[in-house]
Design a protein around this ligand. Structure first.
Ligand code: ZN
Ligand code: ZN
Length: 306
């Protein structure tokens, strides 16, 4: 299960009601800040989630509406936040731009206030730890090195209590050992292996995040059966030409992707001031009913579908 909070949901420029793109995905005690548009640190304050453990940042691509907030965040961290290690994951082009911003403009040769690691994003697994895997896949937008992210819980084998009862395994720590994959010896001398009481592996929850995106045909597979899909919907079908020109999606295209990829729920963000939310919702909803056009500070829990 993942927690998702939207900090900023506006396309290109902020509006009165929407900040620039940023969101946080949490899994157990781990947090990932995805994109960091201008004003993100104030959105973090307003959301009440705090700055702690926000030391892992994933960048979808290098456009300014997704990275400018890093400068403010770094100077705030430098002054009063106890973060000693900042990881910024980005594709090659975004990395160059972020380095210019942070090391050129903010620090200007000064020693960073904490260890800053620029981590290159390449297609495939970025990390696997504490029961989850994060991987990246390429996305077509404007310019090279745009990525989408897949967060997935590692598959696990459920404990079968009925089977344990049949085998006469007492409740308590012995069962815990079996769940953790250890064989146990019962009081009558019988040895029970985890194989005997664990069911077949079940896939974990899967959350896919796509930032700015100009085509969907090449990401259907990456989004396949995601329990939650976050993706942009900057335009409506009435302005398909503009969407195509700027490498963005229409709400309809995003909904068609969700339908083709059989996702659980679709979360549309990167919303333009050109339209009313209702219009964006209706265009997507006509194709794919499980859809939300998100607003700043909306929070969702993403769970695996049965
Ligand atoms: Zn953008
Ligand atoms: Zn962009």
């Amino acid at each position: 299960m993942f927690e998702l909070i939207f900090l900023g949901t506006s396309a290109s420029a902020p509006s009165v009601h929407r900040g620039l793109t940023s969101q946080v995905v949490s899994y157990r005690h781990q947090r990932f800040l995805i994109d960091c548009g201008e004003g993100t640190q104030r959105q973090i304050l307003r959301s009440g989630i705090g700055f702690r453990r926000l030391n892992r940042i994933l960048i979808t691509h290098g456009h300014l509406d997704h990275i400018l907030g890093l400068a403010g965040l770094l100077s705030t961290f430098a002054r009063w936040e106890a973060i000693d290690d900042l990881e910024i994951w980005a594709g090659e082009w975004a990395t160059e731009r972020i380095k210019d911003l942070l090391f050129g403009v903010v620090l200007r040769g000064a020693r960073p206030p904490m260890k800053i690691q620029m981590k290159p994003i390449e297609t495939g697994i970025l990390l696997e730890e504490n029961g989850m895997r994060l991987s990246a896949f390429p996305v077509s937008h404007r310019g090279p090195g745009c990525f989408g992210f897949v967060f997935e819980e590692l598959p696990h084998r459920p404990f079968l209590p009925d089977r344990a009862d049949e085998l006469g395994i007492p409740a308590g720590p012995v069962r815990g050992d079996l769940v953790r994959g250890q064989s146990v010896t019962l009081s009558d001398g019988r040895v029970v292996t985890p194989e005997e009481v664990l069911g077949p592996p079940r896939r974990g929850t899967r959350l896919v995040h796509v930032g700015d995106c100009g085509r969907v045909d090449n990401i259907v597979e990456a989004c396949h059966e995601a329990d939650g899909l976050v993706i942009e919907a900057t335009y409506l079908e009435s302005e398909t030409d503009l969407a195509r020109k700027f490498g963005h999606l229409t709400a309809r295209q995003a909904a068609e992707l969700a339908q083709q990829a059989k996702v659980g729920h679709l979360y549309l963000t990167h919303i333009s001031r050109r339209y009313r939310v209702k219009e964006v919702f209706e265009e997507a909803n006509a194709i794919f009913p499980h859809v939300t056009v998100v607003r700043d500070f909306d929070q969702f829990t993403i769970r695996r579908r049965e």
